[in-house]
Write a protein that binds this ligand. Structure first.
Ligand code: LMR
Length: 329
């Protein structure tokens, strides 16, 4: 029984690493795609659609197996899992790649662009290419930039209307120097934590709040253990869909082509879907009447953006004026 149990558990816990040198072109191609969010989110839905289309378009020769909710690897583990060949695709938040590619940190600057189009233009242009080249040097091929949306604050201490309203509290962040600075400026203690540990930490009162998109707040039930949410739209949460470069290089050219075309199509779909899902989940949270919701006005957002200016100055010093000009800043 023990053996049975172990055999049943092993594939789910630690998929065997694939030695890409040993893969024959005639083998069925299995791609393990690991991510940390729920199924009913923009990333969750798009990963599934990508898997479905790849199967159809390759007559089942390419099977993308999607593992959601961090069921295979946590956010802090997935980069290693990719480089060691345990999984072949991941789609981490840009923030989580900012220690590898410092330029990506710029997208953590609060109120960088007023709408998602501002981000898309940059990702789909030259800056996106530069980022992809930097990732390629680290054995990661970028297939697309996906959205989650804009982040909102939640807390169980007090309503958040002004930048210093969270002062003195402890807030969970993703690993990112800019996010660290953002909360230090707000006189908050930032704590890095894996995404799937946040609910329990909030429920147990080990942290007072967090920032995330509505789809994540809803699907991970953060709103059930928080008293206040502010629709601040202060920060962007998006992803780079990445495939391991060594794996990619040994894929037959026709499959690479199908994959690129499919990814472009799915990316367009994902970005539209992200907006719809955010709205749906916000309605669902409103309907449950279980959390007090504030909304920042356009004027208030301008005030917050002003408050965050030191972050912009620091980043510009770090990355240079030329890069900021490319970003249209
Ligand atoms: C988070 O850690 O809060 C997010 O990056 C999770 C995700 O992938 O959307």
């Amino acid at each position: 029984l023990l053996l049975l149990l172990v055999t049943a558990l092993v594939p789910a816990c630690a998929p065997k690493a694939i030695d890409y040198e040993q893969v024959s072109p005639n083998d069925k191609i299995v791609i393990r795609f690991s991510h940390v969010v729920g199924e009913d989110t923009p990333k969750g839905q798009a990963a599934r659609l990508f898997a479905k289309l790849m199967k159809e378009r390759t007559n089942g020769k390419v099977e993308v197996q999607v593992f959601s909710n961090g069921s295979l690897y946590k956010d802090s583990e997935e980069m290693d899992a990719l480089s060691e060949g345990h999984v072949q695709m991941i789609a981490p938040a840009l923030s989580k790649l900012s220690s590898l590619v410092p330029e990506l940190g710029v997208f953590d600057l609060p109120y960088l662009y007023p709408n998602l189009d501002g981000y898309h233009k940059v990702f789909d242009g030259n800056v996106g290419k530069v980022m992809s080249n930097s990732l390629a040097k680290q054995n990661m091929v970028s297939l697309g930039f996906w959205d989650s949306g804009f982040k909102q604050f939640t807390s169980n201490v007090r309503p958040i209307q002004n930048p210093l309203d969270l002062a003195g509290t402890t807030i969970r962040i993703m690993p990112s120097a800019v996010l660290d600075d953002q909360f230090n400026l707000m006189q908050v203690k930032p704590v890095e934590m894996n995404f799937n540990d946040v609910y329990l930490a909030l429920a147990q009162g080990r942290i007072h709040g967090q920032e995330n998109t509505v789809s994540n707040i809803y699907t991970k039930r953060f709103y059930k253990v928080q008293k206040y949410m502010t629709i601040s739209d202060h920060g962007y949460l998006g992803y780079i869909v990445i495939i391991d470069k060594r794996f990619w290089n040994q894929l037959p050219a026709n499959f690479q082509k199908i994959m690129i075309e499919t990814m472009n199509e799915v990316t367009e779909w994902e970005r539209n879907q992200a907006v719809k899902i955010e709205q749906d989940k916000l309605n669902a949270i409103y309907n449950c009447s279980c959390i007090e919701i504030e909304r920042l006005s356009v004027q208030e957002k301008a005030k917050w953006k002003q408050f965050y200016q030191p972050l912009y100055q620091k980043m510009e010093q770090r990355l240079g004026r030329a890069f900021f000009e490319e970003l249209g800043l």
